[in-house]
Design a protein around this ligand. Sequence first.
Ligand SMILES: [Zn+2]
Length: 336
Amino acid sequence: MRPSDLLQPRPEGLYCPPGDFFIDPVKPVDKALITHGHSDHARAGHGAVLATRETLDIMAIRCGESFAGSTQAAALGEEIAINGVSVTFYPAGHVLGSAQIRVAHSGQSIVASGDYKRRADPTCRGFEPVSCDVFITEATFGLPVFRHPDDREEIATLLKSVAQFPERTHLVGAYSLGKAQRVIRLLRDAGYSEPIFIHGALQRLCDYYATQGIDLGVLEPATVDKGGKTDFAGRIVVGPPSAFSDRWGRRFVDPVSAFASGWMRIRQRAKQRGVELPLILSDHADWDELVATISETGAGEVWVTHGREEAIVRWCQINGIAARPLHLVGYEDEGD
Ligand SMILES: [Zn+2]
């Protein structure tokens, strides 16, 4: 059996012919295995969905309870047989509930890692390298120029600005699943114990994180209905990046606009978005993490997807690892 007989790209997503299932399909299918809850990977409308308990819960919160015909929770490390194909979920370190999926059949094993990162994240389980014949890696930040700094330094920059401008409101743009909760938890770890104000779009996911044992401290809704605008002077408000460019964002007094994203490494991007305080905080592996992970899996072959495939493919070839881009379509990560 060739690896491409076990998993192959189709317009709907990665397909396993012997198992008759898709991984993170972008169109409705009969059987879907889902790596994590970001909207480009976790879509509603499939017949049956297999994912971690947390990913199923997150999908229900975001897409409604009836997001799939039926659901099955996969425990991490538990081997599940689907039409004779062995399937096992392992932590990916990307967001709460995120998993890599190992698919094995007839002596051939492939790990579809979904989105992942390697640095410690207090809001989810750390990535575990899984040995395999073929490793499928993302390449969102797959260029040597992308080296993410220490997240504590970025949070320290934010807190320094808050101290420096006590009369201004700090608006922190952060994607609603994963990044927002990570920013809030990192602020708590840095000793910030004031209430943090959140946009309504974050409420249910923040509540869910709290039920999973991730203490986010005191969160209050960032509504200005009661009281005056000056209520938010010196405060930190966290919301989805899009919220700060609409009417909601304009109610705050002389705000400092911050944005937590791996793309903030690129000054031009920060400028284009009108970001005054770029925070380089990514839920994706940077260049060093990508190449270290490829080495650790021991895979003889690497398939590269979502992003800058060419540089990673080149790096593999130089290092004696067969590699090719997968050209999957429909993945624009909402949580970079
Ligand atoms: Zn993601």
